[in-house]
Design a protein around this ligand. Structure first.
Ligand code: NDP
Length: 485
């Protein structure tokens, strides 16, 4: 055993964490290093029995954790954030190898994850709210811990996304079971192992599984809430499954976010932001700019400038010095991205930046920009989640807003405009939960994050996000005299 309260953390052995202890399995799988296609370490696959044990431990732990003082929970969360950063070098390497992220960005993820936890730890306690109080009636509202939370995570930002679930759940008095994506199980299992030092058994657990585990969690009657981050099709299945036990459910799903670039901007100042927005993490960001709408007056200049920025970046295996864009994270996503390349080529669209889907063992994809494809093309209509992005021309505000909103999703959006009144007017007309003005898209822990339309249900982060992790109770206290005479 390793990584219990006293023993050291090892970074080449991975366990599920159940009831405070490392747990192995009779079945294992291995993740793949996206940079070279080689297998990584063995990781146990949790069984249904492991899940039942974890739920039982979480329910038991909830009894005391939910009554632990808010201030004490804050302190524990702060300690986890600090402890986890002590392993920056080892965890950074893990994220680089499992996620295909250049080391500087792997460490950036750790920093964001830690900031997310520290933000949660800084939030003040929810006091009872008196809605009204008069001679007849006192109405009081209070928010109480929910129970056991199941957290189902994707592969693109395993640590920051997990921390955005762990912090709020623990702070508000719930216990939580993490399920990482089987593509990136390592960093989440290790984080949960590291955190055990500060927590009673069962408060924070982690189970890696195969494709049976997610559905087992969403159906489990002992889990009170599912917080899910992933694709829209899976989100619909999660919601349908949660309906059987009427679990609380938060869905953070996919999107097809658009950036609108106005003609009054300095092309050279904005192009680097737009390039980052579209291509950072090789386009594998839920709120990445997946469609770039540039005003016709600056279109040619902006296309040339964004192209120049991206051409200046090194796209290569994550381990290579100086890499800016690492590989796509997994084979399945690589195939999806390849399909977009092939569709654009077969339709005869103009590749302003040629790009290339690597043929080697790893999943490196050289970035591509498609010059003004039709509005009904697949690259405009669908979420590519990879480094191939359409740039489109617009002329009139009403027209661009209609095109931007012509999608079933509504996760994010961006507006670049020197005239801030115009920027805000445009931003307010985009049908999406998160809009950035004059910046690439950067979710923040203190800003509520939610998707409109098929991009989600509920939301996370910010104080508003904390409410999703609690039950609310209103007491109607009538002041009638009911005492025996
Ligand atoms: P998936 O939806 O494929 O998987 C997400 C998680 O769900 C995995 O842990 C997966 O594990 C699990 N899962 C799959 N099927 C089920 C099921 N039926 N019941 C329960 N759990 C299930 O998403 P990806 O991992 O491919 O992530 C990419 C997507 O996530 C993109 O669309 C992206 O936009 C979105 N995303 C959204 C974010 C947001 O905040 N809105 C942030 C980051 C990404 P397994 O496959 O083993 O079951």
């Amino acid at each position: 055993m390793n990584g219990t309260k006293e023993t050291p953390i090892e970074f080449e052995k991975f366990h599920n964490i159940v009831d405070g202890l490392p747990r192995s399995s009779t079945n294992f799988h291995r993740g793949t290093n996206p940079s070279d296609g080689k297998e990584l370490w063995e990781v146990p696959i949790a069984s249904e029995n492991d899940l039942d044990d974890a739920v039982e431990a979480a329910r038991k732990a909830f009894k005391t954790w939910s009554k632990t003082k808010w201030e004490d929970r804050q302190e524990i969360i702060k300690n986890i954030a600090k402890e986890f950063m002590k392993y920056e070098a080892e965890m950074g390497k893990l994220v680089m190898l499992e996620g295909g992220k250049p080391i500087q960005f792997a460490k950036f993820d750790l920093g964001n994850a830690s900031k997310g936890l520290l933000w949660a730890a800084s939030e003040k306690k929810f006091e009872d709210e008196i809605i009204s109080d008069n001679a007849d009636l006192k109405l009081t509202m209070r928010h109480v811990p929910l129970g056991v939370v199941g957290a189902i995570c994707p592969w693109n930002f395993p640590l920051p996304i997990s921390m955005n679930k762990i912090g709020p759940a623990l702070l508000t008095g719930s216990t939580i079971i993490m399920k990482p994506s089987p593509f990136t199980p390592y960093s989440i299992l290790k984080l949960v192992e590291i955190a055990q030092k500060f927590l009673p058994p069962g408060v924070l657990q982690a189970l890696n599984g195969d494709d049976k585990l997610g559905p087992l969690m969403t159906e489990h009657p002992g889990i009170n809430m599912i917080t899910f981050t992933g694709s829209t099709p899976t989100g619909k299945r999660v919601m349908a499954s949660c309906a059987k036990t009427l679990k609380r459910v938060t869905l953070e799903l996919g999107g097809n976010s658009a950036a609108i670039i106005c003609p009054d901007v300095d092309v050279n100042k904005v192009a680097p932001k737009v390039a980052l927005a579209a291509f950072f993490n090789s386009g594998q960001i839920c709120v990445a700019s997946k469609r770039l709408y540039v005003h016709k007056d600056i279109y040619a200049d902006m296309l040339a400038a964004v192209k120049k920025v991206v051409e200046g970046w090194k796209t290569a295996p994550a381990v290579e010095e100086g890499t800016m864009l690492g590989p796509v994270q997994n084979k399945m996503q690589h195939a999806i991205v390849k399909d977009f390349f092939e569709d654009c080529a077969s339709q005869g669209y103009d590749f302003a930046l040629q790009g290339e889907v690597g043929k080697g063992e790893g999943f490196v994809v050289q970035p591509a920009i498609i010059d003004n494809p039709p509005d009904d093309s697949r690259i405009v209509r669908e979420e590519q989640f990879g480094p191939i992005v359409p740039m489109l021309q617009w002329e009139d505000e009403d027209e661009v807003i209609a095109r931007v909103n012509d999608t079933t999703t509504g996760l994010g959006g961006a507006v670049y405009c020197a005239d801030l009144d115009r920027a805000q007017r445009l931003a307010s007309r985009i049908e999406a939960g998160n809009i950035w003005i004059n910046s690439n898209e950067k979710p923040l822990p203190n800003a509520f994050f939610s998707g409109w339309k098929e991009s989600g249900i509920g939301g996370e982060s910010g104080r508003l996000g904390l409410y999703n992790y609690m039950n609310t109770q209103v007491t109607h206290l009538y002041k009638a005299d009911v005492a025996k005479l």
